[in-house]
Ligand binder design. Structure first.
Ligand code: CO
Length: 135
């Protein structure tokens, strides 16, 4: 079951500049930066009451975010819903015809299990589902 809006992710071309915006200009808490190796992204998290802003940037200049930034420029990249039973939700949504970007969940930021629903299945919005293994 989907239980919360875990985060909203923004693709940014200059991570340090964007971190400074959210930290200094907007005054949000900066939880730190983390590389999601499987997704080839560097992420930075800013918790805000009940959810988070996630900045995403290509890791070492590689990965799918390079194409995203070239084609579409900076902007909202995905939204992520937290699931309390990821496997059950994936099975339920597959049954309804939803397409996913991978066959199985992978490990994303914060060691969460994550999987992405294809934007074609969701009115053009890339939707991540995650399940926290602890906390
Ligand atoms: Co995310």
């Amino acid at each position: 079951m989907i239980v919360s809006l875990d985060h909203i992710a923004i693709a940014v071309p200059d991570l340090q500049k964007s971190i400074a915006r959210f930290l200094e200009d907007f005054g949000l808490n900066y939880e730190g930066s983390e590389d999601a190796v499987e997704a080839k992204t560097t992420t930075a998290f800013f918790p805000v009451k009940g959810t988070s802003i996630e900045l995403v940037h290509p890791l070492n200049g590689e990965g799918p975010l390079v194409n995203f930034l070239e084609k579409r420029g900076p902007g909202i990249h995905h939204i992520c819903f937290e699931s309390d039973d990821l496997d059950a939700d994936v099975a339920r949504l597959r049954e309804k015809g939803y397409q996913f970007l991978s066959d199985e969940p992978t490990i994303g930021a914060h060691n969460a299990r994550v999987i992405f629903i294809h934007p074609k299945s969701c009115d053009g919005v890339l939707i991540e589902l995650n399940e926290h293994t602890h906390g």
